[in-house]
Design a protein around this ligand. Structure first.
Ligand code: AMP
Length: 564
């Protein structure tokens, strides 16, 4: 029998109530075992706060105005109940639950005949995502009403969390991998490898249930299904990476642009952003270049797209991001802001995965297949002086710094490790999420101009504040930001507006300090917004762990200077 959504919500309550990793894994494995095969992918996606599988390009596109409007209409309780519960818990889902717990008895009895299954939730979420164009808001409202009016308070709590994209249960992908291995009796390594290749633990879970280890092992890449990106760790200088890479490594320019994964089959080319969303229509020149230059019948390539001026010199990244937003006006913008593509990796060629091959070999195959498309500028060296000169050359030519790639390293999708380092000479900016904002004074009194900045707690998924700033945005940007934040507002207290954690900004700062002021225990000094990261989701924001690491490094360096 199809599993009720209620069981999933009750399971999540249990996860939330314990902090013990092993216990979470055990109860998750039990829950997974209780599911029918067709329930597994939707259930795992929902547990991780995703309405759809990761490869899907669907988005719910439901604003807080729409969602809170529905919540108000189908409950007969004063909205102050929501505000009180939010002030108490800081959690939108919990506040919605409180609202539904107080609502009338008639509604509660209606719910006794429970029928809302996991599959029905997925079906309705699908319908909500499919409602686009004229009249879509009303249609979404009707569908959300249908969904929420079949839900009990505890179900409402998690449905709302799925709508806003912040689960805060403590269940994350790593634990889910372990639960899948335990539930379906498959080695953890096989689950992790499949999850890297496919980029989605939810689908891997479904496969493990049906075909076990054997099916996971024969999993390969599929063209037009984006693969998770390999990520880089930060390093302080070239000496450090030379040491880490055994004395010799490949340095490449680090271009300040947007990463793209390009898939080709025959005459079809699609381009995915680092969020793995399809940005093909925003980058017609990339499509054209690949069609004209790459002869392979099937290929998955990776590169960086940068904005350049008419003389070909790199210009700030912000200009490029406009391209991703203004899809309808591509033609115009393409003329306004030319882009240049530099390729740096190749993951797949004519039916064969290349990811287990060493970097140098992949780079050679890439060079053989790139036609006239330039590769990232590269130097392989064991000499510190040569590397330093190369870094200087990169900076002088307007680029961000260097990447260092271990010569014998495979491509590890989704992993951030020591095989790739990035070297940026300044204190690395952080990508943080805006969680609240305050109205300014004087000229700025109509704008939300003072922003609370938060990092992600990788374990709980909660966004914890680490600083506040009113610096960095232009007046026009502040006016636009005010509009966007108002649409995300969930609660107001005096002149402060709490918002859903959706907008990611890049923040520079002078120093990280320990601070009792914030729950995170960390605070940035002299924070300033350097750009709005339209290309990043809140899930990709920097973590508290990373900030703690920078704090410790900073401390180690200061200590060193003192003794010198
Ligand atoms: P970060 O975004 O700071 O974590 O740095 C890693 C990013 O640098 C990648 O995701 C790419 O978008 C970008 N990048 C620029 N040049 C290169 C390169 N030569 N190799 C790999 N990534 C690069």
């Amino acid at each position: 029998m199809a599993t009720l959504f209620k069981s999933l919500a009750v399971f999540l309550e249990k996860v939330e109530a314990t902090k013990k990793r092993l216990e979470i894994i055990a109860i998750a494995a039990d829950f997974l075992k209780s599911l029918d095969a067709e329930d597994v992918e939707p259930a795992v996606s929902l547990i991780l706060g995703r309405a759809f599988p990761k490869w899907s390009q669907k988005t719910l596109d439901v604003s807080w105005t729409t969602l809170s409007g529905v919540l108000q209409r189908i409950t007969d309780v004063d909205w102050s109940v929501f505000h009180e519960a939010f002030a108490h818990t800081g959690d939108v889902g919990a506040a919605a639950k409180a609202l539904f717990e107080k609502t009338n008895v008639q509604r509660q009895t209606l719910l006794q005949d429970e029928t809302l299954t996991i599959l029905e939730v997925r079906r309705l979420l699908d319908a909500i995502a499919s409602a686009t164009g004229a009249g879509s808001r009303e249609k979404k409202e009707r569908l959300i009403t249908t969904l929420l009016s079949q839900a009990s308070p505890v179900e409402v709590k998690y449905l709302v969390k799925i709508f806003i994209g912040e689960m805060r249960t403590g269940m994350h992908e790593g634990l889910m991998e372990q639960a899948v291995a335990l539930a379906f009796n498959v080695p953890l390594a096989a689950v992790q490898k499949a999850s890297m290749t496919l980029g989605d633990i939810a689908e891997v879970a479904a496969m493990a249930k049906v075909g076990g280890k054997a099916q996971l092992e024969q999993l390969g890449f599929q063209v037009f299904r984006p693969v998770k990106l390999m990520l880089a760790q930060s390093a302080d200088d070239v000496a450090e990476v030379l040491a880490q890479h055994g004395g010799k490594t490949a340095f490449e320019y680090k271009y300040d642009g947007a990463r793209v994964q390009i898939h080709k089959r025959g005459g079809d080319v699609r381009v995915f952003s680092r969020r793995l969303t399809d940005v093909t229509r925003s980058l017609p020149e990339v499509v054209k270049a690949v069609k004209a230059n790459v002869n392979a019948s099937e290929a998955i390539l990776e590169g960086e797209v940068i904005a350049v001026d008419h003389g070909g010199r790199p210009i700030p990244f912000q200009h490029l991001m406009r391209r991703f937003k203004r899809i309808r006006e591509v033609q115009d913008t393409a003329e306004e802001i030319p882009v240049a593509l530099y390729l740096f990796d190749m993951l797949y060629l004519n039916g064969e995965s290349l990811i287990s091959l060493p970097y140098v070999q992949r780079r050679r195959i890439l060079a053989e297949n790139a036609g006239g498309i330039p590769l990232t500028k590269q130097v392989i060296t064991d000499r510190k002086e040569e590397a330093e000169a190369f870094l200087k050359e990169a900076i002088d030519s307007g680029h961000e710094g260097l990447m260092a790639k271990k010569l014998d390293s495979p491509y590890t999708p989704g992993a951030r490790g020591k095989r790739w380092f990035k070297i940026k000479p300044v204190l690395e900016p952080l990508d943080l999420v805006i969680t609240a904002a305050e109205y300014g004074y004087g000229r700025r009194h109509e704008w939300l101009s003072d922003y609370y900045l938060a990092a992600r707690d990788a374990v709980t998924g909660e966004f914890l504040n680490v600083g506040k700033t009113f610096k960095g945005l232009t007046d026009a940007e502040m006016a636009e930001m005010t509009k966007r934040l108002k649409a995300l507002a969930v609660h107001e207290e005096r002149n402060r507006v709490f918002v859903l954690p959706r907008i990611v900004v890049e923040v520079t700062y002078n120093e990280i300090q320990k601070s009792p002021k914030y729950k995170s225990g960390m605070a940035l000094r002299f924070a300033r917004i350097s750009r709005i990261r339209e290309d990043k989701t809140a899930e990709e924001a920097d973590t508290i762990e990373k900030i703690k690491h920078i704090y410790e490094q900073q401390f180690a360096k200061k200590g060193k200077y003192k003794t010198e």
